[in-house]
Design a protein around this ligand. Structure first.
Ligand code: HEC
Length: 163
């Protein structure tokens, strides 16, 4: 059985289990509406998938790098965290956008893409530019690379380093 299929089966089980729990709460909408309430933004997904057991504070207290977040989320799945594959993608987006420190002058292209939410072209442009001259600060990065999401970068500026 392929791992993709295995994931789908797991998420169907999780959806059914979640739906049953939901139905057990008096006055809640029917199953159809439960499915419609699948989280569709990174913020909503992280609250839905991650805040149930220990609240968001524990997630917000411990910034960590890209690989470490992968390991942490896998650990939480082993502990019982449940969501659809799409929701887990959004959770990873949230963690990379908000809770992953990055050194723009040294991170590899894959990490730049994930954490700065830029395309391959954007990441390559950063690598090309820093090869001749390091970036000095966020303003310089935003000023010299096209297509960056400035609102998102400004919101996580305490996680963006230029070493
Ligand atoms: C089914 C319950 C459950 C869910 C859902 C859950 N966690 Fe946890 N989490 C735990 C438990 C139990 C601990 C404490 C044990 C430990 O420290 O490893 C913990 C600890 C943590 C810690 C601190 C310990 C460490 O490894 O650094 C972080 C960070 C964390 N969780 C992040 C997350 C994220 C991100 C999600 C969503 C993907 C999530 N958790 C969802 C049960 C859960």
């Amino acid at each position: 059985m392929s791992s993709r299929l295995f994931c789908s089966v797991l998420s169907i089980v999780a959806t059914i289990a979640g739906g049953c729990l939901f139905l057990a709460v008096p006055g809640q909408p029917a199953l159809g509406q439960t499915i419609a309430s699948e989280a569709t933004t990174p913020e909503a997904a992280v609250v839905k998938v991650c805040a149930g057991c220990h609240g968001m504070q524990l997630v917000m207290d411990t910034p960590r790098d890209y690989d470490a977040w992968h390991d942490t989320v896998q650990k939480m799945i082993d502990r019982g965290a449940r969501g659809t594959p799409e929701e887990f993608d959004l959770v990873m987006d949230y963690l990379f956008q908000n809770m992953t420190p990055i050194d723009v002058n040294h991170a590899d292209a894959e990490t730049l893409m994930a954490v700065l939410h830029t395309s391959k072209t954007g990441a390559d442009a950063i690598v090309a530019r820093r090869t001749s001259r390091s970036f000095k600060d966020l303003a310089e990065l935003e000023g010299s690379i096209q297509g960056l999401d400035k609102t998102m970068l400004d919101a996580k500026k305490q996680m963006i380093f230029f070493q």
